[in-house]
Design a binder for this molecule. Structure first.
Ligand code: MG
Length: 377
């Protein structure tokens, strides 16, 4: 592309959004920012807008900046044909509708929002195909697989790596008494609070299996998880002929972010340090302990059932994570609560988007009620 690539960021004040702006700051000759959208951190959004001078801005609260047009909704960003690509960097279900709208408008997506595929992967991928839209994953594992795959029809299986989080070699008892601070102390990655708790229970890996299924069209039985504590191998694929291709790099989200927004080119944005095998010295791998981390099995089950099952899993887990962060339940109860809600869910096959949102709301209510019941005992 001769001209600058025109990008909007939904969720610019979050963990991925701020790191994306660090990348773009280094690549100012490559990118022009069309719109920035943030949630409630108005101060940070204002600072970003003053620095990066987007044409438009959107926030959930009232915001006004001289010389920048304030938008009324995220849909206005998603419909804007000035965009070459939209980075969906927000977390939560709020990312789903604007992503679908952008796809309908033929705009490519750099996707960091897990809920989009976990809640509605079938609908999103079908629409992307119909509209010739590229969905480039930002999640480091999927970004790794995206980089390894040449021809998906020749791939035997996907191998997703998991760092194992802070409780990898701790007992279930220790998980039950873990503080929020301990759960948020991820040994390798610097991420938002919700996803860090998901990494501690390994539900994050479960959600990533579902994402991988949709992104690459692989059967769940052909998606493996391996624990790799150093987080250097970001994932791998095995071809039918036995060749295994992995993508490696230092654990920094800057790399997958700049890959996704630059694709199919590769720009030199932020590269803190050159990679050295000898400095890393060793790479360890082990089987995940599904007894201690049953969330992964639950995610496989939800994925295989399909329909509204994954939206249910996502909503129940998220509400349980919030309850943990509020100090209401322990870390292990996140799984127990999610499982109970999941087991009682009547799955809708081939749900519409509206039905998915209805399931999401209903499940959140049920989960909150269950948590109330448990904590009142
Ligand atoms: Mg990941």
């Amino acid at each position: 592309m001769d001209r600058k690539r025109r990008i909007s960021i939904i969720g610019s004040t979050g963990s991925i959004g701020t790191q994306a702006l660090e990348v773009i700051e280094k690549l100012q000759d490559k990118f022009e920012i069309i719109a920035l959208a943030g949630g409630n951190n108005i101060e940070l959004l204002k600072q970003q807008a003053e620095k990066f001078k987007p044409k438009y801005i959107y926030a959930q609260k009232h915001i006004k900046i001289d010389g920048i047009r304030t938008l009324e909704s995220l849909d206005e960003i998603a419909q804007n044909q000035e965009n070459d690509i939209i980075l969906v960097a927000c977390s939560g279900k709020i990312g789903l509708r604007p992503t679908l709208k952008a796809i309908e408008n033929g705009i490519d997506i750099a996707l960091a929002n897990k809920e989009t595929l976990v809640m509605a992967g079938d609908i999103v991928m079908k629409k992307a195909k119909e509209n010739g839209v590229k969905i480039i994953p930002v999640d480091s594992e999927h970004c790794a697989i995206h980089q390894c795959i040449k021809d998906i029809s020749q791939v035997e299986k996907l191998i997703i790596t998991a760092s194992g989080g802070p409780f990898l070699h701790k007992s279930i008892e220790e998980m039950k008494t873990a503080t929020v601070k301990e759960a948020l102390a991820h040994p390798r990655w610097n991420m938002g609070r919700k996803i860090t708790v998901d990494s501690a229970t390994l539900m994050n890996k479960g959600l990533e299996i579902i994402e991988a299924h949709h992104l690459f069209g692989m059967d769940y039985d052909d998606i493996d998880v391996v624990v790799h504590p150093q987080s250097i191998v970001h994932s791998a694929i095995e071809y039918k002929d036995g060749s295994v291709i992995a993508q490696l790099g230092l654990p920094s989200m800057h790399i997958p972010i700049q890959y996704a927004i630059s694709y199919p080119e590769r720009f030199e944005g932020i590269k803190s340090k050159s990679f050295s095998f000898s400095e890393i010295a060793r790479l360890d791998f082990e089987k995940p302990d599904f007894e201690k981390f049953p969330t992964v099995k639950l995610a496989y089950k939800a994925g295989k059932i399909g329909g509204s099952a994954t939206a249910c899993l996502n909503a129940a887990n998220e509400e349980a994570v919030f309850a943990f962060l509020d100090g209401k339940i322990n870390l292990y109860q996140i799984y127990e609560i999610t499982k109970e809600i999941f087991d009682n869910h009547k799955v809708i096959q081939n749900p519409t988007i509206d039905e998915i949102f209805e399931v999401d709301e209903k499940i959140r209510l049920q989960t909150k009620e269950l948590i109330e019941k448990i904590t009142q005992k």
